[in-house]
Design a protein. Structure first.
Length: 134
């Protein structure tokens, strides 16, 4: 089954439960109309980077009595930098700045710097990320 087919199945399952959603090329967005809350559900590709992100996931409370797996904030930062560079969207960069403002000192900066130096250099050359990192 392709990633697109799997995403379609996920979107259909949410729709059957009456949960409003939108499907894009690589994610299903679940939207709560009253609050405006949006959750992005991604289906990982089978790449080394995605396998590492999946290993690093964290289990957190979703609602009272329920837990779910979430990407770590460092991985969100890195993927938003990649997506932002591919689509040119300022929204991803604003999201990164928000994560930095909220979590700042709690982030694993070494992980972000190492990952950025090895994997994002093709997108952000000359070490721009690590020079800007606190």
């Amino acid at each position: 089954m392709t990633q697109a087919e799997l995403l379609r199945h996920v979107a259909d399952a949410f729709e059957a439960l009456g949960i409003r959603n939108m499907i894009s090329e690589d994610a299903v967005n679940i939207i709560h109309p009253e609050s405006g809350l949006k959750i992005d559900v991604f289906v990982n590709k089978d790449s080394e980077d995605d396998r590492l992100r999946l290993e690093r996931r964290q289990r957190l409370p979703l609602v009272p009595g329920r837990e779910a797996y979430f990407a770590r904030p460092e991985d969100l930062i890195l993927y938003k930098l990649l997506y932002g560079s591919e689509g040119g969207s300022e929204l991803h960069i604003r999201d990164v700045l928000g994560i930095l403002r909220v979590l700042g000192a709690e982030l694993d900066t070494r992980y972000v710097a190492d990952w950025a130096n090895h994997r994002i250099r093709r997108v952000w050359p000359n070490g721009a990320i690590t020079r800007a990192w606190p």
